[in-house]
Structures are given as C-alpha cells and as structure tokens.
Design a binder for this molecule. Structure first.
Ligand code: ACO
Ligand code: ZN
Length: 158
C-alpha cells in the first residue's frame, strides 16, 4: 500500500498537536515544559508523522545511562521511549512502526546500545507492535501506573 504520511523531527510549532494527541490517546499526560525539555535535550528521537497537513502521531524519548536490561555488564546508554501515540483515525497504517524505526536511528546517533519502554500489561496493540519490531519482555513492574496496573519493560538491542 502507498505510504500516505511523512515523518519529520518535532519542531516547537508541533507542541499543541502533540499534547492533544497525547491527551486523546493516553492517560499519562505531561506539561508543556516536559515535552519541550525532551525536545531540547534529544531532538533526534522526537519524531512526528504528518498526514493531510496534520500531526497524526508522535514518539518522544530520552537517553539514559544505566545497567543493561539483560542483566549483565556495566553501565550503558539506553534509549527510553517515554511516549508514543497515533490518533485513532490514523492507526494500522504503519505510523507507529515508522516513528519507532526513526527514533531507533536517533538513539544510535546518541550511541545508545539498547532501547526500552514500559507498556501496560493489557495493551495488546502496543505489545504486538513492539514484538513485531523485535522487542522482548525483560521485566514486569507490578503496580507501575498510578491506577495500579502493571507494566512490562520491553527491550531491544541496537
Ligand atoms: N491490534 C493488533 N496488532 C496491532 C494493533 C492492534 N490494534 N496495532 C498495532 N499492531 C501491531 C501489528 O502487528 C501491526 O502490523 P500490521 O498492521 O501489519 O498487522 C504493527 O503493530 C504496526 O502497527 P502500526 O500501524 O505501526 O501501529 P499504529 O500506528 O496503529 O499505532 C499504537 C499503534 C501506537 C499502539 C496505537 O494503537 C496507539 O496510539 N494506541 C494508544 C496509545 C498507546 O497505547 N501507546 C503506547 C503506550 S506504551 C508507550 O508509550 C511507551
Ligand atoms: Zn518509561
């Protein structure tokens, strides 16, 4: 199928659209300062998809230093997917897959060796998406979310 969306790095003009998509799609919401801080520190891993002249989805990430999620070795740089969402009317067109793939390239630019994220244990779409991209469950965090639901930590080597 013909790809109908385009990717570009987040720019400050995208802020209101991205915050709106975040509010519509996820219960975890953040201040404008939080979005802009991640953009200023890690612009290569803050990616948006545009279709019909509007922002349809985004991914924003952070680079962290920590232990390997596979449980051996010393400190490494890891890319953390903080938030990803696609507006309902634009789903199942490959947008999430495309923005993650672009963000993984940005993580490699920042010399990250692994990428990880947390996902609700009931988020079937998210879990299937990440498995398709080669992520595997490396940990379970009971009661991770403020409503008490648990999370899987899913990790991929870069
Ligand atoms: N059911 C089953 N498999 C799915 C689904 C679904 N609803 N959605 C995606 N997948 C899997 C499929 O394997 C799909 O490939 P296919 O369409 O060829 O079968 C593959 O993932 C790629 O799907 P995309 O089209 O790239 O995914 P989409 O653009 O629709 O976005 C997303 C997926 C981000 C999970 C979207 O449903 C969404 O925004 N959900 C609400 C917000 C959310 O859950 N975000 C993730 C939270 S975790 C975090 O942010 C770190
Ligand atoms: Zn997280």
């Amino acid at each position: 199928m013909q790809q109908t969306f385009k990717l570009h790095k987040f720019v400050p003009d995208d802020l209101q659209s991205v915050m709106q998509i975040n509010r519509v799609c996820l219960p975890e919401n953040y201040t404008d300062f939080f979005f802009m801080d991640l953009y200023q520190r890690f612009p290569e891993t803050f990616v948006v998809a545009e279709e019909n002249g509007e922002i349809a989805g985004y991914i924003m990430c952070r680079i962290e230093v920590g232990l390997s999620n596979y449980g051996f070795g010393g400190l490494i740089r890891k890319g953390h997917v903080v938030s990803i969402a696609v507006l309902p009317q634009y789903r199942r067109k490959g947008i999430a897959q495309a923005v993650i793939t672009r963000a993984l390239e940005g993580m490699q630019y920042y010399k990250a060796k692994q990428c990880f994220l947390e996902v609700r244990v009931t988020n079937e779409a998210g879990i299937l998406l990440y498995k398709k991209l080669g992520f595997e469950v490396t940990r379970t965090l009971n009661g991770y979310y403020s409503d008490g639901e648990g999370a899987y930590v899913m990790t991929k080597r870069l």
